[in-house]
Write a protein that binds this ligand. Structure first.
Ligand code: SAM
Length: 273
């Protein structure tokens, strides 16, 4: 039986992009820029690139000439990425797109990489897939910067009694079975760090929370809808309470009172020398 694939929409990625850019750790970006600085020509492989948001954010922070290789299984997203490459000093960076399954990349696929990146990816993987991805990153012998992995923790202001129940139902949904695949959801990032350490790599993790609210009302509205829909799908006993809760939260957003912190972690993996 083939496993169902969860498709990600370009509209959702466009809504996320400015908030993702504000959330990613500039401390880890600077650290990785220092580590790769001895290469005059960077070859960056972005795993699960979507529309290329990571490259547009990171390329201006990296030294030297660059070539980005964008891996995704979704050709529609790759087409958007190819049409909107990163710009460094007013010049478009070279971008190559590859439609493939990033959980099946071999050493030859990543040969010559000076840096591997990913963003908002890990929670969609199973343990076996994550193990192969981390092994591939460490064996490639270059640093890997994996940003914006959800931790499952969400804080809403003003707080409400239902918040924690919805949070745990949402997280259980993130850990659901999709066909034969058991998704790791918010557990993925700490498991990835452990897998990398087991292979002798050094690991750094830095918090990279989203700050949602009236300044990014479109994303906040879409995030809230997705959060509540997933919680309701997971926990039918919530269904009765959710319409009133949703209406209150949308009213809080409309009168600019709603603030949401969605925790993420950025992970830097430095392979053994
Ligand atoms: C949430 S999106 C993030 C996209 C992009 N990194 C960003 O930060 O905007 C996850 C991306 O990973 C891709 N993806 C997930 N699993 C994949 C797999 N096994 N092989 C290739 N691409 C995959 C999806 O198609 C999607 O574009």
């Amino acid at each position: 039986m083939s496993a169902p694939v969860v498709r990600v929409g370009a509209d959702w990625l466009a809504l996320r992009e400015p908030v993702d850019g504000a959330a990613r750790s500039t401390e880890l970006a600077s650290a990785v820029a220092r580590v790769v600085a001895h290469h005059r020509h960077q070859v960056v492989h972005d795993l699960g690139s979507g529309t290329g948001s990571m490259g547009r954010w990171l390329a201006p922070r990296l030294p030297g000439r660059q070539h980005w290789v964008l891996h995704d299984r979704d050709t529609d997203l790759l087409d958007v990425a190819a049409a909107d490459p990163p710009i460094v000093d007013g010049v478009a960076v070279g971008v190559e797109t590859r439609r493939d399954d990033l959980t099946r990349l071999g050493a030859a696929d990543l040969a010559g990489a000076t840096l591997i990146t990913a963003s908002a990816l890990l929670d969609m993987l199973t343990f076996d897939e994550l193990e192969r991805v981390v092994a591939g990153c460490v064996e490639a012998g270059c640093p890997s910067l994996i940003t914006l992995s959800v931790t499952g923790r969400v804080r809403l202001t003003p707080p409400e009694p239902l918040d924690r129940r919805i949070e745990s139902a949402f997280n259980a949904h993130q850990r659901r079975r999709a066909g034969e695949r058991a998704l790791l959801g918010p557990d993925a990032v700490t498991i990835a760090a452990d897998l990398a350490r087991d292979r002798g790599a050094q690991v750094r993790m830095v918090a990279s929370p989203w700050h949602l609210g009236a300044s990014c009302a479109g994303l906040t509205h879409a995030w809230l809808t997705g959060w509540l829909d997933a919680a309701a799908a997971q926990e039918p006993t919530l269904t009765e309470a959710l319409p009133d809760y949703a209406a209150r939260r949308r009213a809080h957003l409309a009168d600019t009172r709603l603030r949401v912190v969605v925790d993420h972690l950025d992970l830097l993996i430095l392979p053994p020398r």
